[in-house]
Design a protein around this ligand. Structure first.
Ligand code: ZN
Length: 94
């Protein structure tokens, strides 16, 4: 995991001291910089999903959208699947 940089000194020396859940997709975090002692407060938030897991969407705690990258991959998979089902589109070799 990549350490976050301190907003004061810029060093990658931030440690999360504590955090608390605000919602199923957001968490408030309290941190401290091990170099300069700055103690920033922030929020971590889930934006979307990259890969859908095994749990059905109806059982998810929060409804997250599919990421743009996942949407592109799904469209590509649909296209490839369709191309495999339509052998008439193949170019004859001889
Ligand atoms: Zn610092």
């Amino acid at each position: 995991m990549t350490a976050m940089r301190c907003p004061a000194c810029g060093e990658a020396a931030i440690t999360i001291r504590t955090s608390r859940e605000q919602s199923p997709v957001t968490r408030e975090i309290y941190a401290v910089c091990k170099v300069c002692g700055n103690q920033p407060r922030g929020v971590m938030e889930w934006l979307d999903w990259m890969v859908e897991g095994l749990l059905p969407a109806s059982m998810h705690r929060a409804k997250l959208p599919q990421s743009p990258a996942a949407r592109r991959q799904e469209a590509l998979n649909r296209y490839r699947s369709k191309a495999r089902r339509e052998p008439d589109n193949q170019i004859p070799l001889f």
